[in-house]
Ligand binder design. Structure first.
Ligand SMILES: Cc1cc2nc3c(=O)[nH]c(=O)nc-3n(C[C@H](O)[C@H](O)[C@H](O)COP(=O)(O)OP(=O)(O)OC[C@H]3O[C@@H](n4cnc5c(N)ncnc54)[C@H](O)[C@@H]3O)c2cc1C
Length: 406
């Protein structure tokens, strides 16, 4: 029997495994690789991220390691509205410029920013502009989210990134954990028994049972609510309220400059949410990343990747007419995420007990959805994994002490 079974090899599961070094732990991952929504690929000597894209904050990593060089992307940002780019160093500056000839619109936007108006009380134009910035990191639309989350509109990102991508963090975890790792192993069921947790797993078409003293389930809420069968009704209902939006990410390596003097452009009137530019380790190549949220991804359904890439290049030419039609991409890549980002709806935020960690005496939870305040994402995943590991480690330690005394 294992001391602890960890389900899911994303950052939350990796952080949990790291916190449980020294115990007999088993890490079960459905996919062919570790990392979950952190996915770095390499083409033409350039590493790029198709999942979490901004460089992780090293202060949240529970160990020291030689980090790859960070590329800062500090150029101004812009919103593309009514056929023109409105640049600025902050979201507010871009918005003010976009409506510079319509003072009434500006007053409306200000009222929203000062929390005197909600998204549903905005005119279509003001809503589209604010939503344009909101959708930079959110898979859903502004009005889908609770009022606290709506304030994220104001964040101006400095999308710094590591030359080796966020995959170097996954690699660093993999080198430091001592859990037995089982890839391509899908967990179907996690159930608390007498003094044990039973896990039903599926590997190469064969179902087996694994047992452990404790389990940490570090899968997205949508999966967790199905595989864990030992719940209080209240906790289960809580998890059912966490919903997810899809993301489609398109990466295109291009020779020569584009979107000069800009790091990203919010594109509310185009099919994609945002066009983001990254410098690379090659001075002659820049990377274009386009993000489609839930709504845009739904419209892409059935489209071949090559056509999606063409749509992105058309979008780039619309925003940057100087970008010539005959510039051939050096490489392209498309990634679809059905579980992309958490949609923090009013319904979900209303009752959410952030920090829900334990659902039964031996079953603990981890995952980015457990922390509902900004910043979300990788930091939330890492914290949740560390938190769950600390609780399990404490329980295992107490048990060992009890055994020592008896
Ligand atoms: C396009 C995109 C861009 C993003 N950009 C950023 C960013 O810039 N900054 C940031 O901080 N965050 C970003 N994020 C969010 C960040 O990637 C996630 O918050 C974080 O990686 C989630 O980690 P996790 O471990 O909670 O979940 P996941 O990474 O989803 O890990 C869950 C793991 O569980 C596995 N699994 C699922 N079901 C089972 C099962 N039944 N049995 C076994 N294993 C199972 C999955 O395969 C997966 O590996 C982005 C996400 C996306 C999709």
């Amino acid at each position: 029997m294992w001391d602890v079974a960890i389900v899911g090899g994303g950052l939350a599961g990796l952080a949990a495994s790291h916190g449980l070094r020294g115990w007999r732990s088993l890490l079960l991952e459905e996919g062919e690789r570790l990392g979950g929504r952190v996915l770095t690929r390499c083409q033409a000597g350039i590493h790029y991220d198709l999942g979490a894209v901004f460089g992780y904050d090293p202060r949240c990593v529970p160990f020291q390691f030689p980090r790859p060089a960070l590329i800062r992307e500090d150029e101004p940002i812009a919103i593309f509205h009514e056929g023109a780019l409105h640049r600025g160093n902050s979201v507010v500056e871009c918005l003010r410029r976009a409506v510079s000839e319509r003072p009434a619109r500006w007053r409306e936007i200000l009222a929203f920013l000062r929390e005197e108006r909600t998204a549903s009380q905005l005119s279509p134009e003001a809503y589209a502009l604010l939503n344009g910035f909101f959708r930079l990191i959110h898979a859903g639309e502004l009005s889908d989210y609770g009022e606290d989350a709506q304030r994220d509109v104001l964040h101006r990102f400095h999308p710094a990134h590591y030359v080796d991508g966020n995959g170097s963090l996954v690699q660093a975890f993999a080198e430091r954990i001592d859990a037995s790792i089982r890839l391509r192993t899908r967990v179907l069921r996690v159930e608390e028994g007498a003094d044990v947790v039973r896990l039903r797993v599926l590997k190469r078409g064969v179902e087996r049972e694994r047992t452990a003293r404790y389990a940490i389930v570090a899968t997205p809420a949508r999966v967790t609510q199905h595989i864990v069968v030992t719940w209080t009704l209240a906790d289960r209902r809580l998890l059912e309220r966490v919903s997810y939006g899809a993301f489609t990410v398109v990466a295109i390596g291009l020779r020569g400059p584009f979107l000069e003097g800009l790091s990203y452009v919010a594109t509310p009137s185009l099919p994609m949410n945002v066009l983001l530019k990254q410098h690379t380790r090659r001075p002659d190549v820049e990377l274009l990343l386009a993000y489609y949220g839930e709504r845009g991804t739904r419209r892409l359904r059935g489209k071949e990747d090559a056509r999606i890439v063409q749509q992105v290049l058309r979008g780039l030419r619309t925003v940057d007419p100087g970008f010539s039609r005959d510039r051939e991409p050096l490489f392209t890549d498309v990634q679809h995420w059905s579980i992309g980002g958490t949609v923090l709806s009013r319904e979900c935020l209303g009752d959410w007990r952030g920090g829900l960690v334990q659902v039964s005496p031996r079953i603990f939870l981890a995952g980015d959805y457990l922390d509902v305040g900004y910043p979300y994402g990788m930091i939330a995943a890492l914290h949740s994994g560390q938190r769950a590991a600390a609780r399990v480690s404490e329980a295992l330690g107490a048990r060992r002490q009890r055994r020592g005394r008896s």
